[in-house]
Design a protein around this ligand. Sequence first.
Ligand code: S3P
Length: 427
Amino acid sequence: MSIKNISPITRVKGELTFGGDKSVSHRAVIFASMAEGGSVIKNISTSEDVKSTIKCLKSIGAKIDQKDGVIVIKGVGFKGFTKSEEVLDAGNSGTTARLLAGLLAAQDFETVITGDESLQKRPMDRVTAPLKKIGAKATLDKKHLPMTIKKSKLKAGEITLEVASAQVKSALILAGLHIEDGELTIIDPFETRNHTEEMLGIERVDHPSGKSITLSSKFYPQAGEYLIPGDISSAMFFIVLTLIAGDSLRIKNLLLSPERIKALEILQRMGATIIFDREETGKCGKSGDIFVKRSDLINVEIFPEEIPLIIDEIPALTIAGLFAEGGFMIRNAAELRVKETDRITAIVKNLGFCGAEVVEYEDGFLLYGKDVDDFALFESFGDHRIAMAFSILATLLNKGGKVNQAECVNISNPNFYEQLEQISKKD
Ligand code: S3P
């Protein structure tokens, strides 16, 4: 377990590119494995989470190879996966476990999925309950992994999401793609992130309770080529650092889909200079370059409906909030408690470790006293986004800081510390 020593910096300057967006990479590799025949994926995420998805898909028969930095997949075709001799291990990845639960519910064999210690504590009944409503046979060990999924007959019909989770919606979509004798309509009152439907070409329409999508086997993925734009959630830490420390940073080829740039829009409301450039739209969503400059920030209200769209960005936004004028408040975000760690407790404790004053609520926190110490020892709780957020904060303290279990950054961005070194100036 490594403790990372982080020195203070004076400013950042330079240009960064990021490995493919993690959410989009999971989906690309799943769709390509489902499709009949050969697909190619360029700029896939090098995260441990996406490696977990690849390993699981290989265990059920997909042929996945890496050639010259490109992933080449020979997919199995409709219901073509085969029974795994071993238990599938989703590692630390909630997206792997939940999305594959939907895919496996539609196969004609039994599978068991498990995960690491952290994933085994995260709620999985949120995915088995709706899958059961459409006919799946998925059982858990007291709401948690391991999950056993048996052969079943999935039913057409209508279902409303009860949890604001794109992962749960995606599990239902992956199951619904196997329904041949009717359609499945999914109503999403929370308007969660929509990569799955966007990449499959399923239209999202307005519904009196939010948005709805209707699908069937006619949307089953075809083989093709995926060029994955850079991971916006990984970029957020560097965007926040630039806004606070200056000077400026250019980030090229970043995923900029409307449902993923909400945190950037909030930063702009706070007064951030973030300039969008060279935008284009491809199979994986909208992408482009951004240019970020040091800015004076003022905290603003964050609305309840924005929370599902910024849930992964809250640790980074908190650091922006700490250096912005006025109190920084997050509410309606109880989902943070069931991420890789309880992120509300993790954020509140770490802010306390550097002398900031913060009040914890069941569904968020209020950061009001912002005099920070010269040096702090931060606790990552083994959570990649907590490690990255407080590493950024450590660079901003007069004498730097330390972050424990820092290797957990590999879960989403194995290049994090090299990128930080690359753009940091200490003059
Ligand atoms: C993800 C959805 C979100 C997000 C996670 C990735 C996805 O989780 O926090 O990092 O790829 O669908 P929830 O669906 O649980 O909110």
